[in-house]
Design a protein. Structure first.
Ligand code: SF4
Length: 306
């Protein structure tokens, strides 16, 4: 039996799933490395937003969920964001609910912080570079000042103990910024997640032109340890004077991370459901257009890729 099938079998009594809600495709950035959460969207195509609350409700009725992350595009510019977050908090008060943002809209972030001051959300803020030129080269925008403002807001709010900085590690491009990025995260009292890049059909050409790709996880951990961080008791985590750096791998067979990754469903802005399968990290959309198919059948069909 393969490792992943064995993992599923042993977890079959009560597997808990993470849902990634890909709430929209819109984004003010145009990152060179964007892998579009595996969905082939055209920036100009129109779509109707599904009722995410009801989709999550349906999912929760057939499978246990422990965590929800809103992503995109840029989730903070999703117009019905606040009603969706409030609805999720109301229906699933004990769920670990969070957002991955590029930090480009500090004003909207402030609204979210004020709305959820007493029940803070988990926030991942992605920063590919602290250097203006490099930031521009990677994101095709000049909005680093807005991103830095968002970091300030998080640091000063009740969200600070629930936030991380995400740093996409691009070997030969921004990798030499790791010391600066770790110092920045540390000064802001925020853990740093160093992300191994997901390469797929959407970003592979651009990455080839930059002469980079998905860096070896061992290289990333060596660079972190060169900064004086030591392995902590948590897998893929390193610590120095109380500051944590975690390495988030694309696919890390035979580790807990691997199994966590493969219990993640994506619910898309166009109503599709997706799941990663096999070792390739490709997200396979499942057709939900058949009116005779129940939601349980759809989820069960998606699980065949596990
Ligand atoms: S911020 Fe995220 S969604 Fe937007 S272009 Fe960059 S990688 Fe893609």
């Amino acid at each position: 039996m393969s490792i992943k099938k064995e993992a599923l079998r042993t977890n079959q009594t009560c597997p808990e799933y993470t849902l990634r809600l890909v709430v929209d495709k819109e984004c003010p950035f145009d990152c060179i490395y964007c892998f579009q959460e595996g969905t082939n969207y055209s920036k100009s195509s129109s779509h109707e937003n599904p009722d995410f609350l009801s989709l999550v409700d349906k999912f929760a009725a057939v499978r246990p969920i422990s965590k929800i992350r809103l992503t995109g595009g840029e989730p903070l510019i999703y117009a019905p964001l606040l009603p969706l977050l409030k609805g999720l908090k109301r229906k699933f008060p004990s769920l670990d609910l969070g957002i991955t943002t590029n930090g480009s809209t500090p004003r909207i972030l402030q609204n979210v912080i004020e709305e959820f001051t007493d029940t803070p959300l988990h926030m991942n803020i992605s920063i590919p570079s602290l250097n203006e030129e490099m930031f521009k080269k990677l994101t095709n925008t000049a909005r680093l000042p807005e991103v830095l403002s968002s970091v300030n807001q998080l640091r000063e709010s009740s969200f600070s103990s629930h936030a991380n900085i995400n740093f996409i590690f691009l070997e030969g491009v921004n990798d030499l910024e790791l010391p600066e990025m770790s110092a920045f995260a540390r000064v802001n009292n925020l853990p740093l997640k160093v992300m191994q890049l997901t390469v797929n059909e959407f970003n592979s050409d651009a990455l080839r032109r930059l002469n980079t790709g998905s860096a070896n996880q061992r290289l990333i951990t060596e660079r972190i340890q060169d900064l004086g961080y030591l392995p902590s008791q948590h897998p893929d985590s390193f610590i120095k004077d109380g500051h944590i750096i975690r390495v988030i791998g694309q696919v890390a067979p035979q580790t807990d991370q691997y199994f966590r990754d493969y219990k993640t469903f994506r619910l898309y802005y166009d109503g599709r459901i997706g799941i990663c399968g096999d070792n390739d990290g490709i997200i396979r959309p499942i057709n939900m257009d058949n009116p005779r198919q129940t939601f349980l059948e759809v989820v069960t069909e998606a699980e065949k890729f596990l």
